[in-house]
Design a protein around this ligand. Structure first.
Ligand SMILES: O=C(O)CNC(=O)[C@H](CS)NC(=O)CCC(=O)C(=O)O
Length: 275
Protein backbone atom coordinates (compact mmCIF):
# COMPACT_ATOMS: atom_id res chain seq x y z
CA UNK A 1 0.00 0.00 0.00
CA UNK A 2 1.15 3.53 -0.78
CA UNK A 3 -0.65 6.76 -0.07
CA UNK A 4 -0.82 9.23 -2.96
CA UNK A 5 -2.00 12.83 -3.05
CA UNK A 6 -3.79 14.66 -5.81
CA UNK A 7 -3.52 18.47 -5.70
CA UNK A 8 -5.97 21.08 -7.00
CA UNK A 9 -5.35 24.78 -7.57
CA UNK A 10 -6.19 27.78 -9.77
CA UNK A 11 -3.12 28.62 -11.82
CA UNK A 12 -2.83 32.18 -13.13
CA UNK A 13 -0.37 33.85 -15.50
CA UNK A 14 2.06 34.36 -12.59
CA UNK A 15 4.55 31.52 -12.24
CA UNK A 16 5.69 32.89 -8.88
CA UNK A 17 2.12 32.81 -7.54
CA UNK A 18 1.57 29.30 -8.91
CA UNK A 19 4.80 28.07 -7.32
CA UNK A 20 3.68 29.41 -3.94
CA UNK A 21 0.36 27.58 -4.33
CA UNK A 22 2.24 24.37 -5.16
CA UNK A 23 4.51 24.80 -2.14
CA UNK A 24 1.36 24.84 0.01
CA UNK A 25 0.20 21.65 -1.70
CA UNK A 26 3.58 19.97 -1.11
CA UNK A 27 3.32 20.90 2.59
CA UNK A 28 -0.16 19.38 2.81
CA UNK A 29 0.89 16.22 0.96
CA UNK A 30 3.91 15.71 3.21
CA UNK A 31 1.80 16.27 6.33
CA UNK A 32 -0.72 13.68 5.11
CA UNK A 33 2.08 11.13 4.61
CA UNK A 34 1.72 10.90 0.83
CA UNK A 35 4.46 9.17 -1.18
CA UNK A 36 3.86 11.28 -4.31
CA UNK A 37 1.94 14.39 -5.36
CA UNK A 38 0.04 14.66 -8.64
CA UNK A 39 -0.66 18.18 -9.97
CA UNK A 40 -2.85 19.38 -12.90
CA UNK A 41 -2.17 20.23 -16.52
CA UNK A 42 -0.56 23.65 -17.03
CA UNK A 43 0.19 24.10 -13.32
CA UNK A 44 3.11 26.44 -14.17
CA UNK A 45 0.73 29.02 -15.70
CA UNK A 46 -2.50 29.60 -17.58
CA UNK A 47 -2.37 32.53 -19.96
CA UNK A 48 -5.40 34.51 -21.07
CA UNK A 49 -4.55 34.14 -24.77
CA UNK A 50 -2.44 32.00 -27.07
CA UNK A 51 0.01 34.89 -27.44
CA UNK A 52 0.44 35.16 -23.68
CA UNK A 53 0.88 31.38 -23.37
CA UNK A 54 3.72 31.49 -25.93
CA UNK A 55 5.18 34.67 -24.43
CA UNK A 56 5.41 33.18 -20.91
CA UNK A 57 7.08 29.87 -21.80
CA UNK A 58 10.51 28.99 -20.41
CA UNK A 59 12.70 25.93 -20.70
CA UNK A 60 12.76 23.77 -17.58
CA UNK A 61 16.27 25.07 -16.81
CA UNK A 62 15.14 28.70 -16.90
CA UNK A 63 11.75 28.16 -15.27
CA UNK A 64 11.65 29.41 -11.68
CA UNK A 65 8.52 27.29 -11.35
CA UNK A 66 10.15 24.00 -12.34
CA UNK A 67 13.36 24.75 -10.45
CA UNK A 68 11.30 25.64 -7.36
CA UNK A 69 9.33 22.40 -7.52
CA UNK A 70 12.52 20.38 -8.06
CA UNK A 71 13.82 21.96 -4.87
CA UNK A 72 10.63 20.98 -2.99
CA UNK A 73 10.78 17.40 -4.28
CA UNK A 74 14.43 17.07 -3.23
CA UNK A 75 13.95 18.62 0.19
CA UNK A 76 10.84 16.61 1.05
CA UNK A 77 11.90 13.46 -0.86
CA UNK A 78 8.51 13.67 -2.51
CA UNK A 79 8.10 12.81 -6.21
CA UNK A 80 5.89 15.33 -8.06
CA UNK A 81 4.00 14.75 -11.32
CA UNK A 82 3.18 18.14 -12.82
CA UNK A 83 1.82 19.60 -16.04
CA UNK A 84 3.86 22.45 -17.54
CA UNK A 85 4.59 24.29 -20.80
CA UNK A 86 7.89 23.95 -22.64
CA UNK A 87 9.21 25.81 -25.69
CA UNK A 88 8.14 24.35 -29.03
CA UNK A 89 10.55 23.37 -31.77
CA UNK A 90 10.05 26.43 -33.98
CA UNK A 91 9.62 29.13 -31.30
CA UNK A 92 6.09 30.07 -32.37
CA UNK A 93 4.33 27.46 -30.26
CA UNK A 94 4.73 25.65 -26.95
CA UNK A 95 4.59 22.03 -25.86
CA UNK A 96 1.98 20.98 -23.32
CA UNK A 97 3.87 18.43 -21.21
CA UNK A 98 3.79 16.62 -17.90
CA UNK A 99 6.98 15.72 -16.03
CA UNK A 100 7.80 13.36 -13.19
CA UNK A 101 10.20 15.00 -10.77
CA UNK A 102 11.64 12.18 -8.68
CA UNK A 103 12.57 12.29 -4.98
CA UNK A 104 16.08 13.45 -5.95
CA UNK A 105 14.58 16.45 -7.70
CA UNK A 106 15.46 15.15 -11.15
CA UNK A 107 13.12 15.12 -14.14
CA UNK A 108 12.85 11.41 -14.85
CA UNK A 109 9.97 11.30 -17.35
CA UNK A 110 8.35 13.73 -19.76
CA UNK A 111 5.20 13.23 -21.84
CA UNK A 112 3.88 15.63 -24.47
CA UNK A 113 0.10 15.89 -24.98
CA UNK A 114 -0.90 14.23 -28.25
CA UNK A 115 -4.54 15.31 -28.65
CA UNK A 116 -5.16 19.06 -28.72
CA UNK A 117 -8.41 20.67 -27.58
CA UNK A 118 -9.87 22.42 -30.63
CA UNK A 119 -13.58 22.99 -30.02
CA UNK A 120 -16.34 25.35 -30.98
CA UNK A 121 -19.33 24.49 -28.84
CA UNK A 122 -22.47 26.60 -29.25
CA UNK A 123 -23.15 28.42 -25.95
CA UNK A 124 -20.06 26.65 -24.61
CA UNK A 125 -16.29 26.82 -24.82
CA UNK A 126 -14.55 27.96 -27.99
CA UNK A 127 -10.89 27.05 -27.72
CA UNK A 128 -8.24 26.29 -30.32
CA UNK A 129 -5.28 24.83 -28.49
CA UNK A 130 -3.48 23.98 -31.73
CA UNK A 131 -3.03 27.73 -32.40
CA UNK A 132 -0.31 27.86 -29.78
CA UNK A 133 0.53 24.25 -28.88
CA UNK A 134 2.52 21.62 -30.80
CA UNK A 135 1.17 18.08 -30.78
CA UNK A 136 3.17 15.29 -29.21
CA UNK A 137 3.72 12.20 -31.32
CA UNK A 138 4.24 9.31 -28.91
CA UNK A 139 2.59 7.31 -26.15
CA UNK A 140 5.33 6.70 -23.58
CA UNK A 141 5.78 3.40 -21.75
CA UNK A 142 4.74 3.46 -18.08
CA UNK A 143 7.64 4.19 -15.70
CA UNK A 144 8.61 2.45 -12.48
CA UNK A 145 7.98 4.26 -9.18
CA UNK A 146 7.60 3.21 -5.54
CA UNK A 147 3.80 3.32 -6.17
CA UNK A 148 3.93 0.96 -9.13
CA UNK A 149 4.08 1.66 -12.85
CA UNK A 150 2.78 5.12 -13.65
CA UNK A 151 1.62 6.23 -17.12
CA UNK A 152 1.00 9.77 -18.37
CA UNK A 153 -1.60 11.32 -20.62
CA UNK A 154 -2.96 14.89 -20.51
CA UNK A 155 -6.52 16.27 -20.29
CA UNK A 156 -8.22 15.97 -23.73
CA UNK A 157 -6.30 12.69 -24.22
CA UNK A 158 -8.87 11.33 -21.73
CA UNK A 159 -11.44 11.17 -24.53
CA UNK A 160 -9.39 8.64 -26.51
CA UNK A 161 -9.65 5.20 -24.87
CA UNK A 162 -6.96 3.77 -27.15
CA UNK A 163 -4.23 5.46 -25.10
CA UNK A 164 -5.43 3.95 -21.83
CA UNK A 165 -5.70 0.52 -23.44
CA UNK A 166 -2.19 0.83 -24.92
CA UNK A 167 -0.75 1.95 -21.57
CA UNK A 168 -2.46 -0.91 -19.74
CA UNK A 169 -1.02 -3.37 -22.28
CA UNK A 170 2.41 -1.85 -21.59
CA UNK A 171 2.04 -2.63 -17.89
CA UNK A 172 0.53 0.48 -16.29
CA UNK A 173 -0.84 0.21 -12.74
CA UNK A 174 -1.75 3.89 -12.49
CA UNK A 175 -2.87 6.07 -15.41
CA UNK A 176 -2.78 9.83 -14.91
CA UNK A 177 -4.97 12.50 -16.52
CA UNK A 178 -3.71 15.89 -15.34
CA UNK A 179 -6.34 18.32 -16.64
CA UNK A 180 -7.90 21.75 -16.96
CA UNK A 181 -11.41 20.78 -18.03
CA UNK A 182 -13.96 23.42 -18.93
CA UNK A 183 -17.04 23.66 -16.71
CA UNK A 184 -19.70 22.61 -19.27
CA UNK A 185 -17.72 19.64 -20.62
CA UNK A 186 -16.63 18.71 -17.11
CA UNK A 187 -20.22 18.63 -15.86
CA UNK A 188 -21.28 16.47 -18.78
CA UNK A 189 -18.31 14.08 -19.15
CA UNK A 190 -15.45 14.28 -16.61
CA UNK A 191 -16.33 11.68 -14.00
CA UNK A 192 -17.88 9.19 -16.41
CA UNK A 193 -14.85 9.29 -18.73
CA UNK A 194 -12.40 8.86 -15.83
CA UNK A 195 -14.35 5.98 -14.34
CA UNK A 196 -14.64 4.33 -17.75
CA UNK A 197 -10.84 4.56 -18.22
CA UNK A 198 -10.31 3.01 -14.75
CA UNK A 199 -12.82 0.21 -15.36
CA UNK A 200 -11.71 -0.73 -18.90
CA UNK A 201 -8.01 -0.68 -18.01
CA UNK A 202 -8.51 -2.15 -14.51
CA UNK A 203 -6.03 0.44 -13.31
CA UNK A 204 -5.92 3.26 -10.79
CA UNK A 205 -6.74 6.61 -12.33
CA UNK A 206 -5.27 9.78 -10.85
CA UNK A 207 -6.68 12.98 -12.34
CA UNK A 208 -5.42 16.24 -10.86
CA UNK A 209 -7.44 19.16 -12.17
CA UNK A 210 -7.39 22.93 -12.32
CA UNK A 211 -10.31 24.61 -10.56
CA UNK A 212 -12.01 28.01 -10.60
CA UNK A 213 -11.33 31.28 -12.39
CA UNK A 214 -7.89 31.71 -13.99
CA UNK A 215 -8.63 35.00 -15.77
CA UNK A 216 -11.58 36.88 -17.25
CA UNK A 217 -11.98 34.22 -19.95
CA UNK A 218 -11.16 30.87 -18.36
CA UNK A 219 -12.80 28.85 -15.58
CA UNK A 220 -11.97 25.22 -14.82
CA UNK A 221 -14.24 22.49 -13.51
CA UNK A 222 -12.12 21.07 -10.68
CA UNK A 223 -13.19 17.68 -9.23
CA UNK A 224 -9.70 16.21 -9.09
CA UNK A 225 -10.15 12.49 -8.56
CA UNK A 226 -8.50 9.25 -7.55
CA UNK A 227 -10.36 6.19 -8.82
CA UNK A 228 -9.66 2.52 -8.08
CA UNK A 229 -9.44 -0.31 -10.67
CA UNK A 230 -13.07 -1.28 -9.96
CA UNK A 231 -14.20 2.24 -10.89
CA UNK A 232 -14.85 3.43 -7.35
CA UNK A 233 -14.18 7.13 -6.73
CA UNK A 234 -11.83 7.21 -3.73
CA UNK A 235 -11.41 11.00 -3.69
CA UNK A 236 -13.14 13.97 -5.33
CA UNK A 237 -11.95 17.51 -4.56
CA UNK A 238 -15.12 19.23 -5.76
CA UNK A 239 -15.14 22.76 -7.14
CA UNK A 240 -14.06 24.95 -4.22
CA UNK A 241 -11.21 27.26 -5.18
CA UNK A 242 -10.57 29.48 -2.14
CA UNK A 243 -7.30 27.72 -1.40
CA UNK A 244 -5.25 24.94 -3.01
CA UNK A 245 -6.31 21.57 -1.66
CA UNK A 246 -5.21 17.94 -1.71
CA UNK A 247 -6.98 14.61 -1.34
CA UNK A 248 -5.26 11.31 -0.62
CA UNK A 249 -5.95 7.64 -1.29
CA UNK A 250 -4.15 4.31 -0.96
CA UNK A 251 -2.82 2.48 -4.01
CA UNK A 252 -3.57 -1.16 -3.21
CA UNK A 253 -1.72 -3.64 -5.42
CA UNK A 254 -3.68 -6.57 -4.02
CA UNK A 255 -6.90 -4.96 -5.24
CA UNK A 256 -5.26 -4.32 -8.61
CA UNK A 257 -4.33 -8.01 -8.94
CA UNK A 258 -7.71 -9.18 -7.61
CA UNK A 259 -9.74 -7.16 -10.13
CA UNK A 260 -7.53 -8.32 -13.00
CA UNK A 261 -7.60 -11.94 -11.85
CA UNK A 262 -11.34 -12.16 -11.22
CA UNK A 263 -12.38 -10.56 -14.51
CA UNK A 264 -9.70 -11.13 -17.14
CA UNK A 265 -10.17 -8.76 -20.07
CA UNK A 266 -8.75 -10.87 -22.84
CA UNK A 267 -8.76 -8.78 -25.97
CA UNK A 268 -9.84 -10.35 -29.27
CA UNK A 269 -6.96 -9.01 -31.28
CA UNK A 270 -7.70 -11.74 -33.80
CA UNK A 271 -10.94 -9.83 -34.49
CA UNK A 272 -9.88 -6.19 -34.06
CA UNK A 273 -6.47 -4.54 -34.13
CA UNK A 274 -4.30 -4.32 -31.06
CA UNK A 275 -3.55 -0.84 -29.75
O1 LIG B 1 -4.26 26.33 -22.05
C1 LIG B 1 -3.34 25.89 -21.32
O2 LIG B 1 -2.32 26.52 -21.07
C2 LIG B 1 -3.53 24.53 -20.74
N1 LIG B 1 -4.31 23.69 -21.57
C3 LIG B 1 -5.61 23.49 -21.41
O3 LIG B 1 -6.26 24.04 -20.53
C4 LIG B 1 -6.27 22.52 -22.35
C5 LIG B 1 -6.28 23.11 -23.72
S1 LIG B 1 -7.24 24.59 -23.89
N2 LIG B 1 -7.59 22.16 -21.92
C6 LIG B 1 -8.19 21.02 -22.29
O4 LIG B 1 -7.64 20.17 -23.00
C7 LIG B 1 -9.63 20.85 -21.77
C8 LIG B 1 -10.34 19.62 -22.30
C9 LIG B 1 -11.77 19.62 -21.95
O5 LIG B 1 -12.28 20.44 -21.22
C10 LIG B 1 -12.63 18.56 -22.53
O6 LIG B 1 -12.12 17.59 -23.16
O7 LIG B 1 -13.86 18.67 -22.39
Amino acid sequence: MALVAVGQLTSTASMAHNLRQCQLLVGKAVKAGAKALFLPEATDYIGSSGEETVHLVKSVHDSEFVQGLREEARREKLPIHVGIHEPGLDGRKVKNTVVWINELGDIAHRYQKIHLFDVEIKDGPVLKESNCVERGTAILPPFETSLGKVASTICFDLRFPEIGIALKRQGADIITYPSAFTVPTGKAHWEILLRARAIETQSYVIAAAQVGRHNEKRVSYGHSMIIDPWGKVLADLGDKSEEPEIAVAEIDHELLQKVRREMPLNRRTDVYPEV
